[in-house]
Design a binder for this molecule. Structure first.
Ligand code: SF4
Length: 196
């Protein structure tokens, strides 16, 4: 992807994973989402709660963390992506791991959006700190700050890069993405009146 100029954000990836057509409507047709759109409301609440509940000096000894950096802005030249990592944990075994706070309850499985957000954060940490990253953590604020570990495989990183490429393809080529219309998502989607 080195020869491309478009750089996307982690938020773009989350929107793409929610529905690929969001990217098309926002970037190719320049139709912004409404302020009240569900995703952004949730995101805002999440950030607010993260700030309120995070103890700045707290180091997660149970995760074998020896040092951490908070709210790290990070970008990848190689993979054309940028974003803010809630925490970069430096672990006893010499590796690093991203940790993300979610204003959510843990309900038996980790959502794909959460997983690939972490995977892409991991990719950027590897590139910027030149350190191995083989796992990440999600802290579920509404489940009493339950922390879940997600192990990364090489194919997770490859899949993460493919997702970024797909988002950039939509933006650069202006191709209208296929999507399986999902009633649950479409019903309160701000693009439902123009989406065919
Ligand atoms: S209406 Fe459905 S398919 Fe169309 S953009 Fe919204 S969520 Fe995606």
């Amino acid at each position: 992807m080195e020869d491309r100029e478009t750089i996307i954000t982690i938020s773009d990836v989350l929107e793409y994973l929610f529905c690929p057509r969001f990217i098309y409507y926002m970037y190719c047709l320049d139709i912004p989402q409404h302020e009240e759109q569900r995703f952004k409301v949730l995101k805002g609440r999440e950030v607010h709660e993260t700030r309120r509940m995070t103890n700045q000096e707290y180091v997660r000894k149970k995760l074998y963390c020896i040092r951490k950096e908070r709210s790290v802005f990070i970008a990848s030249r190689e993979n054309h992506i940028k974003g803010i990592v809630d925490e970069v944990l430096f672990l006893e075994d010499g590796t690093a791991a991203p940790l993300e706070y979610k204003y959510a309850e843990f309900k038996d499985k980790v959502f794909k959006t959460y997983k690939f957000q972490l995977v892409l954060h991991g990719l950027m940490i590897k590139e910027n700190y030149n350190i191995e990253v083989n796992r990440g953590y999600i802290c579920y604020i509404r489940s009493n700050n339950l922390v879940k570990q997600i192990d990364f495989t090489p194919s997770d990183f490859m899949k993460g890069v493919e997702i970024v490429e797909s988002v950039i393809d939509i933006i650069d080529k202006g191709e209208y993405p296929k999507t399986s219309r999902n009633l649950r998502k479409c019903i309160d989607c701000c693009y439902r009146n123009i989406c065919v």
